[in-house]
Ligand binder design. Structure first.
Ligand code: FMN
Length: 152
């Protein structure tokens, strides 16, 4: 199964660390939405969208990327990291997927070290995350995604 994961990860590269763990489980291309100008997602069996949670949401460029490049009917999954909680951060992406008739195979989230704003004063929250257990959970999640796909 060939997978592309379109991501935004800036604060501490937490999300990128999670994606690198997943990518070790199979044939996965990690596409940074801020550097890729044009992509063909048609050639992939499955598409992931990933981001840190910023003010309760996925970064806008990930959503814009999904709107522009996600082919109709392509299976998708979502990945995020967050300092406190993921809340309803995948709502907008779920709506885009629904509009395009794309089945959502699953969603993975874990804590990611957060030194934003006042948290910096206390040395940050979710220190040490993603940790080894988070990365193992991420790999297990991706294996489940693979198991759902007929092209594995
Ligand atoms: C500008 C900004 C806003 C954030 N807003 C939230 C938030 O609303 N909820 C939350 O749980 N974490 C929030 N965080 C923490 C990040 O979600 C967390 O550190 C995440 O792992 C960052 O991912 P990245 O390192 O891949 O960019 C915020 C961080 C930043 C820098």
């Amino acid at each position: 199964m060939k997978t592309a994961i379109c991501y935004y990860s800036r604060h501490h590269r937490n999300t990128r660390k999670v994606l690198e763990a997943m990518a070790r489980e199979g044939e996965v291309d990690l596409l940074d939405v801020t550097t890729r100008q044009a992509v063909r997602l048609e050639e992939y069996d499955c598409i992931g969208f990933a981001s840190g949670v910023y003010f309760g949401k996925f970064q806008e460029s990930v959503l814009a990327f999904a709107r522009q490049y996600l082919p109709q009917g392509k299976p998708v999954f979502f990945v995020c990291t967050y300092g406190g909680g993921d809340g309803s951060s995948t709502k907008a992406l779920s709506e885009i997927a629904a509009e395009k008739g794309c089945p959502v195979l699953g969603q993975f989230g874990c804590k990611g070290y957060d030194t934003f704003g006042p948290f910096k004063l206390v040395g940050g929250i979710a220190k040490g995350h993603p940790n080894a257990q988070d990365l193992e959970n991420a790999r297990a999640f991706y294996r489940k995604i693979q198991a759902q796909n007929p092209h594995r």
